[in-house]
Design a protein around this ligand. Structure first.
Ligand code: HEM
Length: 440
């Protein structure tokens, strides 16, 4: 671009309004309660505003469904993911780290793992894991369900995605959750990449990664030697048989980076959504009774609507980010210059009274006879980077909840709603979704 063109594009830049407080003061405000701070800013400035935060810098927050659609429809050379994301720690072959054509080609390669036939094959794995976990639940005492949900979704990913079993399964269960938790902090916080073994955060992370790589090598070796590889449904088996457009197979590094990406993206997110479902249902006893009766007839209509509503009212990823890659991008009346980080606020959109009637009410009936509108309901993001595991996650949530409600009775509760607590990746119920149950 010539200087004149650059000047021309600069001249039309028009950012949404926002607070004029110093960066540190805005950061302190965001730290108090991000959700309440964002809602306050929306009340003052409207659906788009500009804020300035420590670490992130200047951020344009949007939440109008039309603005969101414009952003998600933008080509990757106009707006794509930001550099500061999980891709920094998952490896350069992680889908999070890729952009443009490379990202598009990688999605094409991995999408068949999530098609209908494959998903159906995962249903029995999910049901078995859920039954095993729920069999351990104590009766008539209050306990937190999030740890259980975390175990179910971890085991499911290790079996359905990694194709892991035996020793590898056990060891991955031990090292991956703490490794990913540490990695997700390192992806955001600028800590120097010193490898001082367990004395430095990156050193600890590299230790996890080395052991993880060695286990993935063993899984790949075993899968290659498996005469039944072609009939296997796990994602690792599919990756080993897939071919890039030029006919080359996926490299070992690509496979290792993508497997851990699926785990980082799909484990905690699905578990926290399940925990929120439990947190919500016990506070809505009439709905709970109707839901159990509906499931007993073999219907899943109310169950599906409930899942939509849990994902609307408690989106566990409440913001997704893009960065402007073109000289400028037009979002509604705003012209944003290259490099601007745009925060698409899923939480603000889902709680907008102008979009959802009685938005703060938990009311699955709103989705019984009307599926959510794809521009208004975006718990899985949108466009070319929409969650690749969305169908997998929704199916898993459906099977786990159905199994739970068929086998246990959840006691109604009039306890205060649980707050939102930021974990490694997702926003979870602050007390871990406490519940009291008995067997049916
Ligand atoms: C309730 C569960 C889940 C929620 C709420 C969720 C939500 C999201 C969101 C909001 C994004 C960003 C989309 C965007 O920027 O437009 C995303 C991306 C992604 N998710 Fe999920 N996710 C869930 C489960 C899963 C599962 C089970 C998997 C895989 C097994 C998965 C794999 C991914 C991947 C690989 C990406 C990056 C896609 C890309 O950059 O192209 N997610 N997810």
């Amino acid at each position: 671009m010539t200087t004149i063109e650059h000047e021309a594009s600069r001249a039309v830049v028009k950012l949404p309004p926002g607070p004029r407080l110093p960066r540190a003061a805005q950061g302190a405000l965001a730290l108090t309660d991000r959700r309440i701070a964002l809602q306050m800013l929306r009340r003052i400035y409207g659906s788009a505003f500009t804020i300035d935060l420590p670490i992130f810098g200047q951020l344009v927050v949007i939440s109008d469904p039309n603005h969101m659609r414009q952003l998600f429809r933008a080509a990757p050379d106009v707006a794509d993911t930001t550099d500061a994301n999980l891709g920094r720690v998952m490896g350069s072959n992680s889908m999070f780290a890729m952009m443009g054509d490379r990202h598009r080609a990688q999605r094409k390669l991995l999408t068949p793992s999530f098609n209908g036939r494959r998903l159906a094959a995962y249903e029995s794995i999910i049901e078995r894991e859920a039954l095993d976990e729920f069999a351990l639940w104590p009766e008539h005492q209050t306990f937190a369900t999030l740890p259980s949900m975390m175990r179910i979704t971890l085991n499911v990913i290790l079996r359905a995605v990694f194709g892991a079993d035996g020793q590898e399964f056990e060891r991955l269960r031990e090292i991956l959750p703490p490794g990913i938790s540490l990695g997700s902090t390192l992806a955001l916080v600028p800590v120097p990449q010193w490898d001082w073994g367990r004395w430095s955060p990156w050193g600890r992370f590299f230790q996890y990664r080395r052991e993880y790589d060695a286990i993935v090598d063993r899984l790949i070796e075993k899968a290659r030697a498996d005469p039944g590889l072609r009939d296997r449904d796990d994602m690792l088996a599919l990756m080993l048989q897939s071919r890039h457009e030029n006919g080359s197979p996926m490299s070992r590094d690509e496979i290792a980076d993508e497997l851990i990406t699926m785990l980082a993206a799909g484990h905690e997110t699905t578990a926290t959504t399940l925990a929120w479902a439990v947190e919500r249902l016990q506070r809505h006893p009439q709905l709970l009774d109707r839901l159990v009766a509906d499931i007993d007839t073999g219907s899943e209509d109310l169950l599906n609507a409930t899942i939509f509503e849990v994902l609307r009212t408690r989106p566990v990823i409440d913001t997704t980010f893009r960065q402007v890659k073109a000289p400028t991008v037009q979002i509604g009346p705003w012209t944003l210059p290259e490099g601007t980080t745009i925060a698409a606020s899923i939480g603000l959109l889902h709680s907008d009274e102008a979009v959802f009637h009685d938005a703060h009410r938990f009311d699955p009936d709103r989705f019984v006879s009307r599926r959510p509108h794809p521009a208004e309901w975006i718990p899985y993001g949108g466009g070319g980077r929409r969650c690749i595991g969305a169908a997998f996650a929704t199916m898993e949530i459906r099977i786990v909840l159905r199994t739970l409600l068929r086998n246990h009775t959840i006691s109604p509760s009039n306890a205060r709603d649980e707050g939102r607590k930021s974990r490694a990746v997702a926003l979870a119920p602050s007390r871990g979704a406490m519940v009291r149950v008995c067997r049916r």
